[in-house]
Design a protein around this ligand. Structure first.
Ligand SMILES: *Cc1c(COP(=O)(O)O)cnc(C)c1O
Length: 408
């Protein structure tokens, strides 16, 4: 399997670094992977891809692993793009879609990034990895580390959803609850490097997670017949998903694989309970100030400060998109609305996107005939705390009240 990676490039100043050894940040900012796209263009056509197995590894010429046999995988299948007629009707949109990432291993899109990051860690011979997590990234890292037979350490805020706590432990990761935010967990991982010699897998602190997330964009392009949708609505925490997709579109454009020049307007969605990127966007700033008192049930986007803030904001602005915060108090409502309208069990992060689409459609920023894709980044089933549902009880010995059952 030939590899087309040429080097790593600093996102902040373009400095080139070698890709044949483990790398982290440059000037405290992320690195991105660069490829010889001319060689990729000669090596494969987009039609050839369609013949390959339906997993994220079908885009291998645009991915970093050097040896196919070293890929750490749990079968990351392509995720469906589902047309949402009922929800679309409600928002007066004719072409609303949800790309359902909850089908991936561990029930969230985090498996794309961590499958790639663990694959690359193993390629470099690393045997011990650590991660600060809002929840799903820890779960994903734990299972891929288990799959690879390497040691994992996970640090999460004490109020992380219980399923995330349990899945990490179940997969054998040494898992700890921290009485703070993800940024406090990040400090522990940073300090622990010296004491325990682990590799820091924090969001964007190693360059390969973006490449895994990038496959969302590659897949979406292929699924839309290489004609990208008009608007992508994405719940934004650390930003790897949005940055990765934008990178995918750049690379596809450079390869000449896209049907036309148009790129989607990228909408970065946050909750009013934690909206550092939205504040920076509105202030016209390139970097975001840490968001004080971050609180949201959408734990995946409870990220008060992101090392890749400028990459998110650059992509959103270059795309003609928006960063928008929606009301924290309405997340449960949108979660139930989307799930009961379409049967797709959306996570609270995606519920925020449903709210954003509602706002942007009413505002007229999204036009009725535009093709809009919301990403369901995780399964609702991972968030029992966010559902707050209590079911009515029936007494088996009492006469049944059929009126109560019919709900009429
Ligand atoms: C991590 C996460 C997000 C945020 O993704 P980023 O790419 O880090 O911005 C959104 N939704 C869910 C369910 C997540 O786990």
């Amino acid at each position: 399997m030939p590899c087309y990676v040429t080097h790593l490039e600093s996102a902040i100043d373009g400095t080139r670094l070698p890709a044949d050894e483990p790398q982290t940040l440059h000037k405290d900012r992320p690195l991105v992977v660069r490829y010889d796209l001319d060689a990729v263009r000669k090596a494969v056509t987009r039609d050839e891809l369609a013949e390959r197995p339906a997993t994220m590894w079908r885009y291998r010429e645009l991915l970093p692993p050097r040896d196919e046999r070293g890929i750490v995988s749990l079968g990351e299948q392509l995720t469906p793009v589902l047309r949402c007629r009922r929800l679309g009707e409600r928002f007066e949109l004719d072409a609303l879609f949800i790309k359902d990432e909850s089908r991936l291993p561990t029930g969230s899109f985090k498996s794309r990034g961590l499958a790639m990051a663990i694959t690359m860690a193993c390629q470099f011979g690393l045997r011990r990895v650590a991660i600060p997590t809002a929840g799903n990234a820890g779960g994903a890292m734990a299972v891929y580390a288990a799959r690879a037979g390497i040691q994992a350490f996970v640090f999460m805020p004490a109020d992380t959803p219980i399923i995330n706590q349990l899945e990490c432990r179940l997969a054998g990761a040494r898992t700890f609850l921290v009485n703070g935010l993800i940024t406090d967990c990040g400090r522990i991982v940073r300090e622990g490097k010296e004491h325990l010699g682990w590799f820091d897998m924090s969001t964007l602190k190693e360059p390969y997670r973006i490449e895994g997330k990038k496959t969302m964009g590659l897949e979406l392009a292929e699924q839309f017949g290489w004609r990208l949708p008009d608007v992508i609505v994405y719940p934004t925490g650390g930003g790897t998903g949005l940055i990765g997709m934008w990178k995918a579109f750049e690379e596809l454009a450079a390869l000449g694989w896209l049907a036309d020049e148009r790129r989607p307007r990228m909408v970065a969605v946050q909750s009013s309970g934690c909206a550092p990127i939205v504040r920076a966007f509105e202030a016209g700033a390139r970097f975001a100030e840490p968001f004080a008192g971050a609180a949201t049930i959408a734990s995946g986007i409870r990220v008060p400060s992101a090392v890749g803030d400028f990459m998110i904001l650059d992509a959103v602005r270059a795309s003609g998109g928006r960063a928008i915060a929606v009301e924290e108090a309405k997340l449960r409502y949108w979660m139930a609305l989307a799930t009961s309208s379409e049967g797709i069990a959306v996570c609270p992060e995606t519920a925020a996107c449903v709210g954003a689409v509602e706002h942007l459609a009413v505002e007229g920023w999204i036009k009725r005939d535009e093709r809009v894709v919301i990403f369901n980044t995780g399964a609702a089933q991972k968030y029992p705390e966010a559902m707050a549902i209590e079911l009515p009880r029936l007494d088996k010995d009492a006469p049944i009240d059929w009126g109560k059952i019919s709900g009429a």
